[in-house]
Design a protein around this ligand. Structure first.
Ligand code: PEP
Length: 249
């Protein structure tokens, strides 16, 4: 059975007091689904979030990290630093990191290695742009992103990999991939994995969908057989909306 996961990416939103408020609201929600819940605050709020959520089943995860263990990388954060504040999972390859911080597949491969070497779990994000979708190139783009960043890994690494398909044209735009588009791509991703690692591995990896998931569309998207959960941006900033999505399973 694959894990169902709903992860909230808070991006560069909320200072300490707003983060504490959001966490208080999250703790007042009740979960009726069996999805694993994760939230990704900014770096400065990871430790207070971890302390506040440690008695709950909400996992605190990071939005990014550097590939080096330590050293002269001003402004960066390493895997061991994340682990020292209770973080065991990191989001890598988000389209905003790729677009605004020039993160390439090659760089992401190094980050993935660093996270796995530190026994962390990776939520690896990828997805095509609108032009790729319009030109029918979307599968090719997604396949290359996955191959370039992940296909050097040993089979055993996939127990610590969660995939997140996030079509760039659907992130923060209010436009969602249709449940059928999401299902088609998730099935394609699983076949791509199966061709390289075999169907047992492919069937065991959770593949999340991200891109304008909201309380009113989550149920239909999550009902698709290859969609194992969601990576939620905007709607994760309100506890009630986020839990409505969690409970859509
Ligand atoms: C995201 O940034 O990962 C995301 C899916 O954002 P939104 O839900 O706002 O589209």
């Amino acid at each position: 059975m694959r894990k169902k996961i709903v992860a909230g990416n808070w991006k560069m939103n909320n200072d300490l007091s707003l983060t504490e408020g959001l966490i208080t609201d999250l703790k007042s929600q009740s979960k009726t689904s069996d999805a694993q819940v994760m939230v990704a605050p900014t770096f400065t709020n990871l430790w207070p979030a971890f302390q506040s959520l440690r008695e709950t089943d909400i996992e605190v995860v990071a939005q990014n990290m550097h590939f080096a263990e330590n050293g002269a990388y001003t402004g960066e954060i390493s895997a061991s630093m994340l682990k020292s504040v209770g973080v065991k999972t990191v989001i890598l390859g988000h389209s905003e990191r790729r677009a605004y911080f020039n993160e390439t597949d090659e760089l992401l491969a190094k980050k993935v290695d660093a996270a796995l070497n530190n026994e962390m779990t990776v939520i690896f994000c990828f997805g095509e742009e609108l032009d790729d979708r319009k030109s029918g190139n979307h599968e090719h783009v997604v396949e290359s992103q996955i191959k370039n960043a992940l296909f050097h890994l040993e089979t055993s690494a996939f127990s610590n990999i969660i995939l997140a398909y996030e079509p760039v044209w659907a992130i923060g735009t209010g436009e969602t991939a249709s449940p059928e588009q999401a299902q088609d791509m998730h099935a394609f991703i699983r076949t791509t994995l199966a061709n390289k690692y075999g169907s047992e591995i492919a069937d065991s990896v959770s593949i999340l969908y991200g891109g304008s998931v909201k309380p009113n569309n989550a149920k239909e998207i999550f009902s698709k057989p290859d969609v194992d959960g969601g990576l939620i941006g905007g709607a994760s900033l309100k506890a009630e909306d986020f839990f409505a999505i969690v409970n859509a399973f």
